[in-house]
Structure formats: structure tokens, C-alpha cells
Design a protein around this ligand. Structure first.
Ligand code: ADP
Ligand code: MG
Length: 310
């Protein structure tokens, strides 16, 4: 029943069910709950927010404004540059990476989002009373790091988690974004979707590489050997691992188990960067694991991965 809203969203059945339910309610009430999308990088948070934004526009003119949370420097700026500009209009405000809000800004949102029965809030800022009317304004947030949000902030939002894609879904994402005239045999598509980074962005990027290759070579049929050529030319690593991820893996292989801090200094990165940007995907792919003492250990799959690279 929620199909009509999500024709361009592959997978994510649970999220589509929840959001589709609220979209149906919105068609009658004009009110969509304020939501928080949670997922790792490239999983489709912005895409989903845009799809919702579009669906909300069908009922009335309601522009979608994406805002980087990191760009909101103060409560003053939140009011002057954003809320006071839109509060008496219809709009969807999408705050991306909302864990980057300054503490005072996040706290201010507790008042802005505290809902009462009338679906309206009155917020005072520098003596001005601002009416936040949820039949006009919809707030959406996205984060990769929900643990950095304070609980009362999360409590005021309906949380929607995006899930991983299986290789069949990744293939569908490649197909969705790929020029319709380009033909890819199912076996080639399977090879592609197993080799690429296992998230929506990985699939999207592959569709771009395939199009570029087909343009250069003036082709409409993309075969397995074409993919091998793309991967070789662009130095694409299996599973779409980045240079730093491969480096991490080989250092772990050379030194056996390691503490986070030691690994960070070997890679000349901060521990935070390593645990946030490098380890999650390696863990998800089963290439490394943590032992009981939080030491990092390479798995047999990790070793096999490195051997295959040589
Ligand atoms: N469920 C999906 N179905 C089809 N394409 C998707 C889906 N999710 C994301 N994409 C595409 O993948 C790319 C990355 O998604 P994005 O929303 O930017 O990820 P995030 O915001 O979580 O980092 C975008 O080009 C988007 O169009
Ligand atoms: Mg995004």
C-alpha cells in the first residue's frame, strides 16, 4: 500500500512500512511526525528524506530544505537564518548529521519539538514568540551516530533505522540508476554487486562507472570482462574497500592483534577517525573482530581477502 511513495527506494521494507503509514495519515491530517533517520554513511538517509519531502509536497506546496547540522553555529543562527524565515510557511526542514549540533542548539530543539495536543508549540526567542505549527513545518533529522544525541532529543522524534542491503538489492540499485539502454547480464550484475562497497552509495557509484565505461567504449552491453577492466583501471578493491581500510587490514595481518591506539598511530590517524571511519565496515564485512580485551584481530576472512589481493 505504501508502494506508490517508494518506487525509487530499493529494499528498506521496515522503514517504508513505517514511513508509508505516516504518509497515509498525512494525506488526511496534513501532519507528518518529526522523524530521525539512523544509518551508516551511504545507506540512503538523504535519499529517503528527499523521497519523503517529495511525498509531502504532493498535498500542498511545501519545499524541502536540507541543512547541514554542522553549519548551525548557534541558537541565534537557528532562529535568524532558519526558523524565522519559514515558521509561517509550509516547509520540510531536513537536518543532516544532527549529532553535530552544538549542545545549546540540540537543547533548544527540545522546546521546538516538544509536542502538545494542538500540534503547535510556542517558542520564545529574544522576546519574540515564534509559533511552531506542525501542520506547516515538518522536521526531519539524520545521523550516523545516534549515541551522540541526548535522550530527550531522540524521545521527541520517531526513529527510523535503515538496514543493510543484500546483494540482490544492491544489483537493483545499480539497475535503477543505470541508463536504461545499457544491458547487463544477470551473472555480470551478480559479480558487480558482490564486488562493490556494500551500501547504496557503493551501488550508485558503480552505476556511474558502468555508464562512463560504456560511453568511452561506445557500448550498450556491459559484460564481466568490462567490469574487470573498470576495476583494474580504477584500482577498485573487492568489496569496495578504501586505501586506508586495506592498509589497516595489512597492518593487522603483519602485527597480529592490536589495540586501537596503536593502530591509530601506525596509520597516523586519531583513534576516533579509525573507529568511526575505518573499522565499522571491516567489522560488518567480517574481515576483523574485537576480542574480549577490545584488541583488534584479523579474521580468517580478512586473511583470505589480503591473499586474494596479491
Ligand atoms: N534505497 C535506495 N534505493 C535506491 N537508491 C538509493 C537508495 N538509498 C540510497 N540510494 C542512492 O545511493 C546514494 C547514496 O545515498 P545517500 O542517501 O546519499 O546516503 P546517506 O545520506 O545515508 O549517506 C544516492 O545516490 C542515492 O540516490
Ligand atoms: Mg546523506
Amino acid at each position: 500500500m505504501s508502494k506508490k511513495y517508494f518506487e525509487n527506494v530499493i529494499g528498506q521494507d521496515d522503514a517504508k512500512e513505517k514511513l508509508g503509514f505516516w504518509l497515509q495519515a498525512y494525506e488526511k491530517t496534513g501532519i507528518f511526525p518529526n522523524t530521525l533517520l539512523v544509518a551508516s554513511k551511504g545507506q540512503g538517509k538523504t535519499h529517503m528524506a528527499e523521497v519523503i519531502g517529495k511525498a509531502l509536497q504532493k498535498r500542498k506546496d511545501k519545499p524541502f530544505y536540507p541543512i547541514d547540522a554542522v553549519s548551525v553555529n548557534s541558537v541565534g543562527q537557528l532562529f535568524d537564518d532558519i526558523l524565522l524565515k519559514v515558521y509561517d510557511e509550509d516547509a520540510t526542514l531536513f537536518f543532516d548529521e544532527c549529532h553535530e549540533f552544538k549542545p545549546k542548539v540540540m537543547t533548544q530543539f527540545l522546546t521546538i519539538l516538544s509536542n502538545n495536543k494542538n500540534k503547535k508549540n510556542r517558542v520564545t526567542y529574544e522576546g519574540i514568540e515564534v509559533l511552531i505549527d506542525f501542520s506547516k513545518l515538518t522536521f526531519m533529522f539524520a545521523t550516523t551516530e545516534p549515541q551522540r544525541l541526548i535522550d530527550p532529543f531522540k524521545d521527541r522524534l520517531e526513529q527510523v533505522n535503515l538496514e543493510d542491503y543484500d546483494t540482490g538489492e544492491l544489483a537493483k540499485i545499480v539497475r535503477l540508476h543505470l541508463d536504461k539502454e545499457i544491458k547487463v547480464a544477470p551473472t555480470t550484475m551478480k559479480t558487480l554487486s558482490e564486488a562493490i562497497r556494500q551500501n547504496a552509495r557503493g551501488a550508485f557509484k558503480v552505476s556511474e562507472r558502468v555508464e562512463e565505461y560504456c560511453t568511452i567504449h561506445n557500448k550498450k552491453n556491459f559484460a564481466a570482462k568490462d567490469w574487470a577492466s573498470v576495476a583494474k583501471t580504477l584500482h577498485l578493491k573487492p568489496l569496495g574497500l578504501s586505501g586506508n581500510e586495506v592498509k589497516y587490514l595489512s597492518k593487522l595481518n603483519d602485527h597480529g592483534e592490536m589495540r586501537l591506539g596503536v593502530m591509530a598511530s601506525r596509520l597516523a590517524l586519531t583513534s576516533h577517525a579509525v573507529s568511526k571511519d575505518i573499522e565499522p565496515y571491516l567489522i560488518r564485512m567480517g574481515l576483523i573482530r574485537m576480542d574480549a580485551n577490545s584488541h583488534r584481530v584479523i579474521t580468517p576472512e580478512g586473511k583470505t581477502y589480503l591473499k586474494a589481493l596479491k
